[in-house]
Each structure stands twice: as structure tokens, then as C-alpha cells.
Ligand binder design. Structure first.
Ligand code: DP6
Length: 360
């Protein structure tokens, strides 16, 4: 599947050497992407909050090689240390995107990257990492063709990022991003994420996400394995339909500021994601006892106080505690006194909604 609109035709400038630096954030899905077709096409639509504090900074230095090479020429560093084990994933990414960036083999690249969150925090760096790299490569494309518009730049950056990691397509812009063609969301596409185009109530401005690091180990199930579990899954069809309905429903919730509706929808999404893993073959339980302890405590506190604290999960044991700005003080107090005890070594990250990637 090759999409002609992303194949550049006008790379007129000669660029021998240069660099680009981008920071790109992580994101947390409210309606989850789980299941994909060939070529990184999602089985269902998803929507996410772009995060602010959790991000990757990537510097891409490039220099023309002036020789014909068969393989991509690049070195990759994390926090100043060469990471040979990152190379296969980047190589696969380059293979997928070369048709859209035909200059990839003309250059030697040095990729220097660092994350604001610890590498071993259980927070996936693929969304922020792949989007940061895609943006750096787009900066090189813009050097080669200064005519490209900002709109094309962002759309193609998201398109390329998706080919590295699906959720990375949602990390270019903020504060809410939809990925996957949906009839109720104008302009939405399976190929790239778009900034959520409708009115969002003030209740959802500056929403908080405190990430409780329950298990900082390596992911028990890689996303590739995870998505594959949805092939021949007995509940897959119903799940994909449910996600589609949830996107329709969240539109009304976001517009009216319906916090109770929001909580019911996102918690159900989080538990459904885990239910899909528990009911696949092979099956997995990715929550830990402390994940459940935290969920229990959140529910009890919500019942007792009427405050709008809620949670979501990604494909692991960590808990994202989501809450509105106007209740932040009381809820953050509760998190510190009651929930942090369930975190591995007491570690957690305070984050909130952010506004997308930035060029430095
Ligand atoms: C559970 O984007 O990591 O976080 O496309 O294989 O790289 P790949 O998968 P990835 O999957 C993320 C799954 C999720 C839900 C979500 O972010 O929507």
C-alpha cells in the first residue's frame, strides 16, 4: 500500500549537512487502539489526551554520504550512550517509510535521544520516540523542499509516526487527538491523527494525569504481540464496534462537560482493554495486585467525596489517575496520602494535558 500524496516530488534543495531537534510528548488513550490490520491501519478509532511532562527529546544530525549504500546508515544514542538494541526497530521504521522519504539512504544519521521519564518506568516511549524521530525527518524534508505547508508537515509527520508505532500518530499535536476514520469526526483518517475538531468544555481543560508506577519492569506483552491477540479473538468484532460507539459518545461528553459520563466511558475502556487480553489465546493478566488496590481506593474515595477522580490503564500495570483542574488540590492530596504507597519505590509522575510536539 503506497500513498502517492506522501511521496515527495519537489526535493529541489541540496543539503549536505544539518540537524533538527524536536521534543514530542507521550499520550494517553481514552478510547483505546487495540487491534490493527496490515500497514499499521487500526481496527478501531481511538482518541487520546496529549501529555505534557512525559516526552522524548531527539536530535537528528545528518550528513550526506556521497556513496551508494544498500543499508541505512545511522547510529543511535540514549542519554549519550550508544544503543545497538534500538537499531532493529529503527531499521524497520526506515524500511516502512523509505518510499515516502526517498533521501533516507543519501545520508548518515546520528540520532540522539532522551526521555523525561525513566526508560525503565513501564511507560512506553514508542509514541513519543517515534513521533520525535518522524518530526526530525520531516524537518529534513522541509529543508529539501521549503515549500511544504505546516498542515502537510504535521499530517505527514503523524502519518510517518504511525508507521513506527500506531499510538505515535497521536503525539504530534494536542490537546486531544483522534486517529481512525470515524463518521462523526470530520477529517478523521486511518492514516494519521488529527487534532480533535469540536468544542471541548472547560471541565476538560488542563486535565491532570498522575501516573502511578506500579510495575516498572519491561512490558510483559509487547504491543506487536498484544495487537496480534485480536486476530481470531472471539469478542474482537463487538469490541471494535464498541470503540466506534464510544467515540460517538465521547463527543457529547466533551462538549457538555459531563464528568460522570467521561469517567464511566474511560474506565470501561481501560477495563475492556484488559478484558480483551484476559480473554485472548494465549491469555494475559497485566494488572498487578496493587493495580486493583488503587482502583478500589479510587472508587471508594469517589463515592465518599463525590469528586471526579478516575483512572485509565495502558497495556500494563501502571495506573493513570485522571482528574479535573478544579478538583486537583483535594485529589492530589488523596493520591499522595493513599495511593503512592502502592507504587514501586513510591514512584509516580505528575502530568497533565499538553499541546503537542515542539521544535527546538
Ligand atoms: C494499549 O501504539 O504501542 O497503549 O502500533 O504496535 O506500536 P504499535 O502499538 P502501540 O499500541 C498502543 C496500545 C495502547 C492503547 C493506545 O495507546 O491507544
Amino acid at each position: 500500500m503506497t500513498l502517492n500524496q506522501y511521496i515527495p516530488t519537489n526535493l529541489t534543495k541540496e543539503i549536505n549537512k544539518g540537524e533538527a531537534i524536536w521534543t514530542s510528548p507521550s499520550n494517553i488513550a481514552l478510547v483505546k487502539y487495540w487491534g490493527k490490520k496490515k500497514h499499521q491501519i487500526p481496527e478501531n478509532q481511538s482518541i487520546s489526551f496529549t501529555l505534557d511532562a512525559c516526552k522524548t527529546k531527539t536530535k537528528l544530525s545528518y550528513e550526506k554520504t556521497n556513496k551508494v549504500i544498500d543499508n541505512y546508515s545511522f547510529d543511535v544514542y540514549l542519554d549519550g550512550e550508544e544503543k545497538l538494541d534500538f537499531k532493529p526497530k529503527i531499521n524497520t521504521f526506515f524500511e516502512r517509510i523509505e518510499v515516502y522519504l526517498p533521501f533516507l539512504k543519501d545520508y548518515h544519521f546520528k540520532i540522539e535521544t532522551s526521555n523525561t521519564f525513566p526508560h525503565s518506568s513501564g511507560i512506553a516511549s514508542s509514541a513519543s520516540g517515534m513521533s520525535a524521530l518522524a518530526l526530525c525527518l520531516m524537518s529534513l524534508e522541509k529543508e529539501l523542499n521549503p515549500e511544504i505547508t505546516q498542515e502537510y508537515f504535521n499530517e505527514k509527520a503523524s502519518f510517518l509516526a504511525r508507521l513506527g508505532s500506531g499510538s505515535a500518530s497521536r503525539s504530534i499535536e494536542g490537546d486531544l487527538v483522534v486517529w481512525g476514520a470515524h463518521k462523526a469526526i470530520e477529517g478523521s483518517s486511518d492514516l494519521y491523527g488529527i487534532k480533535y475538531p469540536y468544542k471541548v468544555h472547560d471541565n476538560f481543560k488542563n486535565y491532570h494525569d498522575t501516573i502511578l508506577l506500579v510495575d516498572k519492569g519491561e512490558k510483559q506483552v509487547s504491543s506487536t504481540v498484544g495487537h496480534n491477540l485480536m486476530y481470531n479473538h472471539p469478542f474482537a468484532k463487538t469490541r471494535f464496534k464498541q470503540a466506534e460507539e464510544n467515540i460517538t459518545n465521547i463527543k457529547g461528553i466533551l462538549e457538555t462537560g459531563d464528568l460522570d459520563g467521561f469517567i464511566a466511558l474511560i474506565e470501561s475502556e481501560a477495563l475492556t482493554l484488559h478484558a480483551m487480553m484476559m480473554t485472548s489465546m494465549p491469555y494475559f493478566i497485566l494488572m498487578k495486585p496493587n493495580t486493583l488496590e488503587i482502583i478500589d481506593k479510587i472508587w471508594a474515595f469517589r463515592k465518599e467525596t463525590g469528586l471526579h477522580i478516575s483512572f485509565t490503564l495502558d497495556a500494563g500495570a501502571n495506573v493513570h489517575v485522571l482528574y479535573p483542574e478544579k478538583e486537583a488540590e483535594a485529589i492530589y492530596d488523596f493520591i499522595k496520602t493513599e495511593l503512592v504507597a502502592y507504587c514501586q519505590n513510591g514512584h509516580y509522575i505528575c502530568d497533565r494535558i499538553g499541546f503537542g510536539a515542539k521544535q527546538l
